[in-house]
Design a protein around this ligand. Structure first.
Ligand SMILES: Cc1cc2nc3c(=O)[nH]c(=O)nc-3n(C[C@H](O)[C@H](O)[C@H](O)COP(=O)(O)OP(=O)(O)OC[C@H]3O[C@@H](n4cnc5c(N)ncnc54)[C@H](O)[C@@H]3O)c2cc1C
Length: 495
């Protein structure tokens, strides 16, 4: 039954070596795979800020000058509160202090815990989260739908350690899918699931180890393995598995089957309710098992022209481009419609820390420019695939330059803006300018909406706080445009 990674790919891999440069070599070129971007592609150290004039001239599909048009649907009160929260989040010491408090023993004292959670709830939680349950999240979905944006619903769950928590989490994902039925049709583009919430974390680590060893030693047999797409490339990090792992015990095999069944049930529900499912990517110690689950579910459910199950590729990883190409080509060979969400990646600090502690090379690109280039090249590749009818992509980014480049490329390829096969997405509470700019240009745009009780969302909030920290953070361009619009509104009231 198993279509092993090796079985399906040696020839493909051989061909790809000619097509794709090893990621740690220069200069970057996937020209043989995708036609080069026919637009000026420049990155600059703060690529979240306004792009250089030359690039702006060539990528003028999005209009950020008309702030009235951009923020028209946003109330003045919301603009002010967003500016304040994002400004606070950009202040390093405030974020460091908040992070310290939330990780400290202060949280073990009930009264102090309640006080801290109260402050969190009325500030960053309200800004970055859609509500505490499906009902509140539904209200946020409706508000977004009214202003022309769609939603990716993410019930905020982090790692689970046992089958009981996994079953409970799986039920929450199913309830989330069911909740879309009471919402305006098409207002929810995706339901998001995390494999780490439906499969015990230790088992995901074991499966990742075994998959890595199987890739390295072709004779190593995994009797439980289902059909999948390629999960590794030769440049993938293997340092997480220094020694040959023991085979899964009968109990572990049963637990793996239970986890697989949970994902099958969630996928069936999505199929039944006509909503797409996207699986989030996490850190490299677990990602092989997450990809394995994703691809085996995709093989089961992506039977029609449009994929149901989408995977996520983190383009800050040095091996990401090769893995994307390998998986896409293998899916094409099987006639499998495959969709990918492309992100830069949110675990940079821990990835680098783990690699440094083991004395090995970091799996993350050495410079942010390399990450930007990798993101833009892979976005370009997927847009070509969409254009030729062979793929679906969600470009999940806050980067203005990437948004502009992709919008211009989509225009040049003649991709219909209303196609479901190309979607843009930003996190709720971030990059409003980019979301509205893309929406105003006619593209499908979703906001990624985490929801759930405040205590449960804290790890997510800490990641957002880290991301928005610093003057050159993702939010700086947004804050600048919001201030401009607030000044314009103030002037209009006075005059
Ligand atoms: C809809 C949506 C879904 C997402 N889902 C996931 C997911 O499933 N898994 C996941 O991991 N993340 C996910 N993310 C988070 C995303 O990866 C982060 O938002 C990302 O870190 C920011 O990238 P950006 O494309 O917005 O670009 P930018 O705003 O330009 O991001 C730049 C950031 O990239 C980081 N960076 C990347 N590479 C480097 C490097 N080599 N050197 C230094 N800094 C670097 C820096 O922290 C920098 O702040 C998602 C984001 C969105 C919008």
């Amino acid at each position: 039954m198993a279509m092993t990674i090796h079985g399906a790919t040696p020839k493909l891999l051989k061909n790809l070596r000619h097509l794709v440069r090893p990621l740690n070599s220069a200069p970057p070129s996937i020209a043989a795979v995708v036609s080069p971007l026919n637009i000026v592609e420049k990155t600059h150290p703060n690529a979240t800020g306004p792009p250089p004039a030359a690039a702006a001239a060539d990528t003028s599909v999005l209009d950020f000058d008309d702030v009235k048009g951009l923020f028209g649907p946003v109330s003045t009160a919301k603009l002010i509160s967003s500016s304040v929260i994002l400004h606070m989040a950009a202040m390093g010491p405030v974020v460091d202090m908040g992070t310290w408090v939330m990780n400290s023993r202060v949280m073990e004292t009930p009264v102090l815990r309640e006080a801290v959670l109260g402050v969190v709830k009325s500030t960053i939680y309200e800004h970055f989260c859609a509500g505490s349950d499906t009902e509140e999240a539904g209200q946020t979905v409706r508000r977004l739908w009214d202003v022309g944006l769609r939603a990716m619903l993410d019930y905020g769950l982090e790692h689970a350690n046992d089958n009981v928590s996994c079953d409970r989490n799986s039920e929450e994902f199913i309830r989330t899918v069911e909740s879309t039925q009471s919402l305006p049709p098409s207002s929810v583009s995706f339901v998001v699931a995390k494999v780490t919430a439906i499969c015990p974390i230790d088992l995901l680590r074991r499966v990742s180890d075994l998959l890595r060893w199987e890739y390295k030693e072709h004779s190593f047999h995994l009797p439980w393995k289902l059909d999948t797409l390629p999960i590794f490339s030769d440049s993938s990090p293997f340092y997480h598995t220094p020694n040959k792992p023991d085979p899964l015990t009968p109990q572990e095999e049963r637990d793996l089957e239970l986890a697989h069944q949970r994902l099958v049930k969630i996928s069936e529900k999505c199929l039944e309710h006509n909503v797409l499912l996207v699986i989030d990517a996490e850190d490299t110690s677990l990602q092989p098992a997450i990809d394995y689950f994703t691809y085996s579910a995709a093989i089961m459910f992506n039977k029609y022209e449009h994929p149901i199950v989408f995977g996520t590729i983190q383009l800050y990883l040095k091996d990401a481009k090769e893995r994307l190409l390998l998986a896409k080509r293998a899916a094409d060979k099987l006639g499998l419609p495959m969709g990918f969400k492309l992100v830069r990646g949110a675990y940079i600090r821990s990835e680098r820390q783990v690699a440094a502690s083991l004395g090995v090379e970091s799996p993350v690109h050495d410079s942010i420019q390399q990450t930007h280039a990798c993101y833009n090249e892979c976005a370009s590749f997927m847009l070509e695939e969409v254009s030729s009818g062979r793929g679906s992509v969600v470009l999940a980014t806050h980067n203005i330059e990437s948004g502009k480049l992709a919008a211009a490329k989509a225009r040049d390829l003649g991709i219909r803006k209303e196609t479901q096969k190309l979607q843009f997405a930003q996190l709720y509470g971030m990059s409003e300018a980019l979301s509205f700019g893309l929406k105003n240009a006619g593209f499908e745009v979703s906001k990624y909406l985490p929801f759930g009780p405040v205590e449960q969302i804290i790890p997510y909030l800490l990641r957002r706080a880290e991301e928005n920290k610093g003057l050159l953070s993702a939010s700086s361009f947004d804050r600048q445009l919001m201030r401009k619009e607030l000044k314009r509104r103030l002037k209009a009231t006075i005059i």
